[in-house]
Design a protein around this ligand. Structure first.
Ligand code: TXA
Ligand code: MG
Length: 331
């Protein structure tokens, strides 16, 4: 398949180019597009055959549901039933934005989107290109991160091209994404509302709106059985290191044995002299989140064997960053 490359200005996308991508969606094809978190790839969410193409393009197992990407709460509410009143407060505060709401699906939602579940994830991205695309397509867009299954989420158009060129009909490219880690997924079908995947909207920010109503289900992997959000693991063995631990010493010991070693430090003062790949994060968890997947990709391409990663303080956005690191370290 020939992938159509459509370049747009992220802040002011040319509507003729958006219309080309929207026409592809209406015709049942797959299109990749930027969001404020990571790049997504999607298709007409009301067309079962089109949705199946998304799974095929990224080789995603059919039992892992997609998210319905919408351009308004009105469009979202046409896909669900039995929404609790408090949910509207979250929508008011966080939409458009990186908060995905898992709610009871109605029968307009094809079962292939939800992988047969009775619930559907609703997401309204805070990105002009994504919103213009969904608007122009005139349908909700069932989408997922635009990586091949088993690869890290793409934070640039280049990443998408590397993974999906020739496998999707089109790509709207508009530079790098903002947050770099995925949306927070909140299950609002039961109280307290439960965070299924920590993400760009922190638990603290949710609790500002709904005090005492947000549960952070830890460990995340025990939530909903098979529905645990599947994360990426790089080829390197990831070793999480607490800020107070001696990262340089641990890394140096492996390097001295002839291993290819990478280190990612945020507060540590000392760097191992023998490391093959060194990343210093100066800008706190926000910068860490933005660069995380690029670091994983880079470690893979440099054939790093041991990647020592300092864990950020686990509050606010640091929770989501730490979650991705711990998950990358699981074997
Ligand atoms: O920021 C994001 O959320 C990005 C951008 C592209 O929107 N999307 C994204 O999609 O990360 P994906 O498919 O890579 O991750 C969505 C996660 C999956 O782990 C899936 O299992 C889970 O959400 N999920 C989808 N529907 C669900 C549901 N009804 N209940 C529980 N988990 C669900
Ligand atoms: Mg994904």
């Amino acid at each position: 398949m020939q992938t159509l490359h459509l370049k747009v200005d992220p802040d002011n996308p040319n509507h003729k180019i958006i219309e080309i991508a929207a026409a592809l969606i209406r015709e049942g094809e797959t299109v990749a597009f930027p969001t404020e978190t990571v790049y997504g790839v999607g298709a007409n969410g009301l067309d079962e055959k089109a949705v199946k193409r998304v799974f095929e393009a990224k080789r995603r197992p059919l039992d892992n549901p997609l998210l319905m990407h919408v351009m308004s709460w009105e469009q979202a509410s046409s896909l669900v039933t039995g929404i609790r009143e408090e949910v509207l407060l979250l929508v008011d505060r966080f939409w458009p934005g990186p908060l995905t709401l898992v709610a009871p699906a109605n029968d307009r939602v094809p079962r292939v989107v939800t992988a047969g579940l009775s619930t559907v994830g609703l997401r309204m991205p805070d990105h002009r290109v994504a919103l213009d695309l969904i608007k122009a397509a005139g349908v909700p867009v069932a989408a997922t991160s635009a990586n091949l299954s088993g690869r890290p989420s793409p934070t640039s158009a280049q990443h998408v091209i590397r993974d999906l060129n020739g496998r999707i009909a089109g790509i709207l490219s508009a530079g790098t994404t903002g947050w770099g880690i995925e949306s927070t997924i909140l299950d609002v079908t039961r109280t307290p509302f439960t965070i299924l995947r920590p993400g760009a909207v922190s638990r603290e920010r949710l609790e500002e709106v709904l005090p005492g109503m947000i549960k952070a289900a830890r460990p995340w992997t025990e939530v909903g059985g098979r529905l645990r959000a599947a994360h990426y693991r790089p080829d390197a063995r990831v070793i999480p290191v607490k800020p107070g631990d001696k990262l340089a010493e641990l890394a140096q010991a492996e390097a001295a044995k002839g291993k290819r070693v990478g280190v990612v430090v945020a507060t540590q003062q000392e760097l191992p002299t023998l490391a093959d790949f060194v990343v210093v994060i100066n800008g706190g968890p926000a910068e860490y989140g933005r660069r995380l997947y690029e670091i994983f990709r880079e470690a893979d391409s440099r054939k790093i064997e041991y990647l020592f990663m300092e864990i950020p303080e686990e509050k606010g956005l640091g929770v989501a960053v730490a979650d991705r690191i711990y998950e990358a370290a699981r074997r």
